[in-house]
Design a binder for this molecule. Structure first.
Ligand code: NDP
Ligand code: 8X3
Length: 253
């Protein structure tokens, strides 16, 4: 397994959920982590908790200019990023397509697709030049399986899945690895965000279940990046044991 103290990790969406848990996992293992998000106070709290090996970077991934500038200004000891965890993302709404909000759709596309692309494009050349690196995405089961109301969210994650595979094709011979992690139900602030802050609705999603935790996913991110350099795990799809599939819905009459 690789020595985690050699990792300089960029995590987008480190202010909450999977990103925050992953930042903790890496720093506690001895890595240096640049953690991004829009909520500065949360980044500062993480810095207070994790110490100098965590570098907070307040930036909105939808702003490609600001993202590029912020990464260019990183202190020397955080500059040579060799693990990029492009994780920032969100679902907004669960309405059917004919009733969904176009603003919600645009924000998901801008964050989950374009923000992820900006993150990759800003960091990939350095990793290719240095001849090592790893790009990890937070995809989703929603990129594989349709469900009512998953319309644009699922489509953004299908984009991420295919982009990951195409990156693997482009990066052949560069020693830069790519993994798409595609979780099922994970209890984070995800549903609270999806339902625009309605905690009753979001609580209902996890009621009487044992969902995956953010720490479960963090462990898997850490694992896929720690395996020896000749191993590339293309995809991994962790489900909660309580989660499964439904039969096809057939409208009769
Ligand atoms: P959280 O809502 O807890 O975390 C989302 C993170 O994304 C926050 O840190 C948030 O930071 C960040 N983020 C959102 N929009 C932006 C933006 N425009 N710029 C910068 N950061 C942004 O949810 P999760 O931890 O669950 O979500 C992380 C990823 O996991 C997402 O891509 C999600 O789609 C995916 N996922 C989640 C699953 C689940 O069931 N929870 C299952 C499968 C995939 P801030 O608001 O401070 O900017
Ligand atoms: C999050 C999982 O099933 O809510 O990506 O879309 S789901």
């Amino acid at each position: 397994m690789l020595d985690p103290s050699t990792f300089i990790v960029l995590i987008t969406g480190a202010t909450s959920g999977i990103g925050a848990a992953t930042a903790r996992r890496y720093v506690l293992a001895g890595a240096r982590v640049v953690g991004t998000g829009r909520r500065t106070e949360r980044l500062i709290a993480l810095r207070d908790e994790l110490g100098a090996n965590f570098h907070p970077l307040e930036v909105d991934v939808r702003d490609r200019v600001a993202l590029g500038a912020a990464l260019d200004k990183l202190p020397e000891s955080f500059r040579n990023i060799n693990v990029v965890f492009a994780n920032a993302g969100l679902a907004l709404g669960l309405e059917p397509a004919h009733a969904a909000s176009l603003d919600d759709w645009e924000e998901m596309v801008d964050t989950n697709i374009k923000g992820l692309l900006y993150t990759v494009r800003a960091t990939l050349p350095g990793m290719v030049e240095r001849g090592e690196g790893h790009v990890v995405f937070t995809g989703s089961v929603a990129g594989d399986y349709p469900y009512p109301g998953g319309n644009v969210y699922g489509a953004t994650k299908a984009f991420v899945k295919q982009f990951a595979l195409n990156l693997i094709a482009d990066l052949a011979g560069t020693r830069v690895r790519v993994t798409n992690i595609e979780p099922g139900l994970v209890e984070t602030e995800f549903s609270l965000v999806r339902f625009h802050g309605d905690s009753e609705k979001s609580g209902g999603i996890y009621a009487n279940t044992q969902p995956l935790t953010a720490e479960d996913i963090a462990e898997q991110v850490f694992f896929v990046t720690s395996v020896p350099r000749h191993v590339n795990i293309n995809r991994i799809q962790p489900f909660a044991t309580c989660q499964s599939f439904s039969p096809f819905k057939i409208t009769r009459g």
